[in-house]
Write a protein that binds this ligand. Structure first.
Ligand code: AP5
Length: 216
């Protein structure tokens, strides 16, 4: 089994790469962002609590996200490995992940840092949308659906979703949170000899190949 963290700022391509790796190789994607958005949709207490925080672009508390990951790690059947997408995001979350993996007899194999300059991140985030049926990711300039209004993957003609936090004001706060709270993890995992750096500016396939070379 291989367990992998995809680390990078908003728009670096963590979700895009995680989805493809899961489809191709059977990894299980654990995205705390997706879990929190799911909780918001179901109008749970948790969803109501985090909705405002996420819309502003701030980080949800460590306690909440560690709880979500703990539940998945202890309940999800998996023989290939986990891809952590958007988690951990603070040093406390990184410590908690190490302890959780230990407690289920597993370890972390690699942390892949996707680096992309801020200007490109803004372009990617502001043009992003997803299919509301299957979740496929699109971009209005770099990856529009082949036939306008129809999802390439599932053929759905239902509406496409734009994320509430994908606007310039929230993005500034998300980037600040990344550089302030999450980028210290680069040093943390470097010292543990887990860190691998990949330029996130190539094509989706090029980046995928670079990740594959790391994990094979
Ligand atoms: P989360 O959902 O994790 O969002 P994020 O980290 O801001 O990352 P994004 O999903 O925006 O970007 P991505 O790197 O996945 O890029 P993508 O592949 O989509 O978190 C959202 C919020 O939830 C946080 O702000 C926080 O409030 C809360 N939260 C979540 N986890 C938390 C935690 N652990 N602790 C505390 N709070 C937490 O790509 C972006 C666009 O670029 C797409 O349109 C895509 O098509 C395009 N693209 C991707 N790759 C390429 C490429 N190679 N070339 C051209 N275009 C590309």
């Amino acid at each position: 089994m291989k367990n992998l963290i995809l680390l990078g700022p908003p728009g670096a391509g963590k979700g895009t790469q995680a989805r493809t790796l899961c489809e191709k190789y059977g990894f299980v994607q654990l995205s705390t962002g997706d879990m929190l958005r799911e909780a918001k949709k179901d109008e749970t207490d948790l969803g109501r609590k985090v909705a405002g925080i996420m819309a502003k672009g701030e980080l949800v508390t460590d306690e909440i996200v560690i709880g979500l990951i703990e539940k998945k790690l202890t309940n999800d059947e998996n023989e290939i490995g986990f891809i952590f997408d958007g988690f951990p995001r603070t040093l406390a979350q990184a410590d908690a992940l190490g302890n959780l993996l230990d407690s289920i007899g597993q370890s972390l194999d690699h942390v892949v840092e996707l680096y992309v300059d801020d200007e490109k991140l803004v372009q990617r985030i502001i043009g992003r949308f997803t299919c509301s049926s299957c979740g496929e990711l699109y971009h209005k300039i770099t990856k529009p659906p082949e036939n306008a209004g129809i999802c390439d993957v599932c053929g759905s003609k239902d509406k496409f979703n734009f994320r509430q936090d994908d606007n310039e004001d929230s993005l500034k706060i998300r980037l600040l949170a990344y550089y302030r709270d999450t980028s210290p993890l680069i040093g943390y995992y470097h010292v543990l000899n887990k860190l691998r750096k990949i330029n996130g500016l190539g094509s989706v396939d090029e980046i995928q190949n670079n990740i594959r070379n790391i994990i094979k």
